[in-house]
Design a protein around this ligand. Structure first.
Ligand code: NAP
Length: 336
């Protein structure tokens, strides 16, 4: 059993965009296991936009490092339910190791041919968020037109592919670079995509001149205003996130100036938290696993190697350097 773990901690609150100096890398002593505990060696860590929000809250801590979705292997066990070698998901991330009880982990039963890290992405909270937003919140129907912001990111790229499976007609995405636009149309099957830096409302109208039925919002602000403008009567907005405002929580973008059109067009706008929909996990697996195995659904990831680069991966993701799910890989030989 190793004696120490390497962990990332936050040392100060950021003003605006976070910086590397807001974090520190520490060596933490691993205590002897008590009955019912296991030692997990983390294999993959998730870095997410909500971690930026946590940086403004009190006491963002859990375990040796910081709270965050993680996949790891049990390397020492005093819990008969979790023998050595068991692969688990847990939330004591941003650390090389974690000491956990059975109640804090979920065993991962890997499907053949599915990379392990997929259980943090398409088959984890990311894919579940996309699925729940489209299926339960927007109640997307076959033949409807969909607009997705943040489309090349983790949730957005999952949402585009799931919308196709659910029978959407035209799927349009926005993202932050020409490379991402090309990726959306060439690899992920979006019918059209545009770079939001060149304006939103005009490009959205050109891509979907007859309007949209469903808007999956990852960004908020200008995107939300443009989408309200483009939505047809009885359209729905699944409000998933507002990444455009996380760096400036004191000065969020003004509310959409056309918010009252929600009434005039009989729109429905509903926010949601994936944590309230964990019961949809099985449905998601049934929908995606056969398609991932057949190569019909793309597993998009940006992988950063090494616990010491966790903060780089996090800051890069906030700057838009990722395509698909941003993960940190900690150990060799785990893709087997
Ligand atoms: P992600 O999209 O993989 O990464 C964040 C992306 O945000 C970046 O790649 C960047 O892409 C984009 N971005 C950054 N600043 C932006 C800005 N000012 N305007 C527009 N885009 C900007 O992250 P994710 O994990 O998939 O999360 C996407 C959204 O879903 C976030 O809002 C997150 O909070 C939300 N979420 C919600 C739930 C829930 O339960 N409701 C669960 C998971 C995630 P570009 O290059 O395109 O700018």
């Amino acid at each position: 059993m190793p004696e120490t773990a390497t962990a990332v901690r936050q040392v100060r609150r950021p003003e605006g965009a976070p910086r590397p100096e807001d974090f520190e890398l520490v060596e933490v002593e691993i205590p002897a296991l008590e009955a019912g505990q296991v030692l997990v060696r983390n294999l993959f860590l998730s870095v997410d936009p909500y971690h930026r929000e946590l940086m403004d809250s009190e006491g963002w801590r859990k375990g040796f490092g910081l709270e965050g979705g993680s996949l790891g292997r049990v390397v020492a066990s005093r819990e008969p339910l979790l023998p050595r070698g068991t692969i688990v998901h847990h939330r004591h991330g941003w650390s090389s190791h974690a000491v956990l009880t059975a109640g804090e982990v979920r065993e991962i039963e890997r499907a053949a041919g599915v990379p392990l890290s997929t259980y943090l992405g398409l088959l984890g909270g990311t894919g579940l968020t996309a699925y729940v937003g489209l299926q339960r919140i927007a109640r997307l129907l076959p033949g409807e037109d969909v607009f997705i912001s943040g489309a090349a990111g983790a949730v957005g790229s999952a949402a585009g592919q799931i919308a196709r499976i659910l029978g959407a007609r035209r799927i349009v995405g926005s993202a932050g670079s020409p490379a991402k636009i090309k990726h959306l149309t060439d690899r992920l099957g979006f019918d059209a995509a545009f770079d939001y830096h060149d304006g939103i409302a005009g490009q959205l109208t050109r891509a979907l001149p007859r309007g949209i039925d469903v808007y999956f919002d990852n960004v908020g602000g200008d995107h939300l205003e443009a989408a309200i403008g483009a939505l047809r009567r009885f359209g729905r907005i699944a409000w998933c996130g507002a990444v455009a405002q996380y760096n400036n929580p004191e000065e969020p973008p003004p509310a959409p100036r056309n918010l009252y059109d929600v009434v005039g067009k009989s729109l429905r706008m509903e926010g949601f938290q994936v944590g309230n929909h964990l019961d949809a996990r099985e449905e998601l697996g049934a929908l995606l696993i056969p398609r991932i195995q057949a190569g019909d659904v793309q597993v998009d990831e940006t992988v950063t190697e090494g616990i010491e680069h966790t903060v780089d991966a996090f800051l890069g993701m906030l700057r838009g350097e990722n395509i698909g799910k941003a993960v940190v890989q900690l150990a060799d030989g785990v893709g087997d």
